[in-house]
Design a protein around this ligand. Structure first.
Ligand SMILES: [Zn+2]
Length: 93
C-alpha cells in the first residue's frame, strides 16, 4: 500500500504510549478509530485509548510500518509520531 494514499490510525493509550495501525482506506481508518473509541459489544479491544489521530500516508512513501519489519519501522517513525501528536487529535478522550 506504500505509494498510494492511505491512512494510519494512531492511538495514545492510558500509559501515554503511541500505537500505530497498519495502512487503511479512509473508511477503514474511520471504522478502526471508531472501534477503538467505542468498542462494539462483544469485541475485545486490546487496550483503552485516550486520544486518536488519523495520519494520511502515501506518495512517495510512508514513514509508518507496513506488514513485516514493524520494529525497525516503528523506530524510524517515532519522530513523525511526536510531530503528529502536537496536532489536534481526530478524537480527544
Ligand atoms: Zn503507510
Amino acid at each position: 500500500m506504500t505509494g498510494e494514499v492511505h491512512y494510519h490510525v494512531v492511538a495514545e493509550n492510558l500509559d501515554g504510549e503511541l500505537l500505530c495501525s497498519d495502512g487503511f482506506t479512509w473508511p477503514g481508518a474511520q471504522g478502526f478509530a471508531a472501534d477503538l473509541i467505542s468498542p462494539p459489544n462483544g469485541v475485545t479491544v486490546y487496550e483503552p485509548v485516550r486520544a486518536v489521530w488519523i495520519f494520511e500516508g502515501g506518495t512517495p512513501q510512508c514513514p509508518f510500518a507496513h506488514g513485516d519489519g514493524i520494529p525497525a519501522d516503528e523506530e524510524a517513525a517515532s519522530g513523525f509520531l511526536e510531530q503528529l501528536v502536537q496536532q489536534p487529535p481526530y478524537w480527544p478522550a
